[in-house]
Design a protein around this ligand. Sequence first.
Ligand code: CP
Length: 351
Amino acid sequence: MNRDGIELRKPLEEEPLDLRGFERPRALIREIEEDLTPLLDLVQRPVVSARQFSREQLLQLARLAARFETQPQLSTRPLTGKIMITAFYEPSTRTRLSFESAWHRLGGDIMSITDPASTGLAKGESLQDIGEMLSGYGHLVVLRDSNEQSVYEMLETLRVPIINGGNGLDEHPTQALADIYALLKWRPAMSRETPPGSERVRLGIIGVPGRMRTIRSLLLLLAHFSTALDEIVLITDEQEPFADGQMDELSDKGLRFRISDDLNAELPSLDVVYTNSILWTGEGFEELGQKFRLDAESPLKPSAIVLHPLARGKELSRQLDSTPHNWYFAQARGAVFIRMALLSTMLRLFA
Ligand code: CP
């Protein structure tokens, strides 16, 4: 309800910006030729790192997601009788709920742990033992834990596939899938081996790749689209924004970086601006805050889009919500469909 106490906002499809943008996923379907073969390597496999995905798998997952997004009738509830366990030992709005929405849309059932204190962990039970138990209770596990090692500890005993829903400062591979899906819908030509010069993208990333798990995973996936990127401008005032070996790995994969600490000088030439709030410290996290804030006064290119994995802090003003720069809400909604694509692939429902 709004301040008057009685009005709901308009349904999404009546929004002037039509942030669902059905035309864009349809264009992506036309752009990418269907070939489900590369997806076979993901069947019944764990998803821990963005490193596991090939370019072809990313394109086919995006295509499948676009089909789910534009043709809800595709889902004939193939997961009926299957159980997903979401174990979220760290808070989440989007990741847990979009995985659960995706699983529900495919017809499955869900068991959810949102408080580690309600499980044997509180009494010192090991993740290896919990993994053994979960194997008997469900068909797939999504785990989020602030401890980087937890997903690997559970993998030691788990007999069903696990998806890393964010492990401390290490990675968040399915957020990166959602980010790539948003980018491909915005500019389907990014899926081509050699996009024409007019379709190449100048991408700005506000943040610290060494300490932001979303950016760590996103860069690994962006490396598959290096021919579509003119340059990545990393906007930060940290002296050493990369983790040990990270820049070398990404450079070897074809990404080119320039580092700048002057946000407003860079904005007028950027096609995409990716920002984020959370910087992991090892013990916990801190927020990016106001120093690289985007708001209505920011000198964004008129056609530029802004992406953000959310939740946001002071770095992204609500003033941008009702502008065409706002692709962050569509990015979050699209996560449901890319997760449907991933889940249905892992359980081999697509063939
Ligand atoms: N993007 C993301 O990971 O959001 P949540 O923390 O709400 O899951």
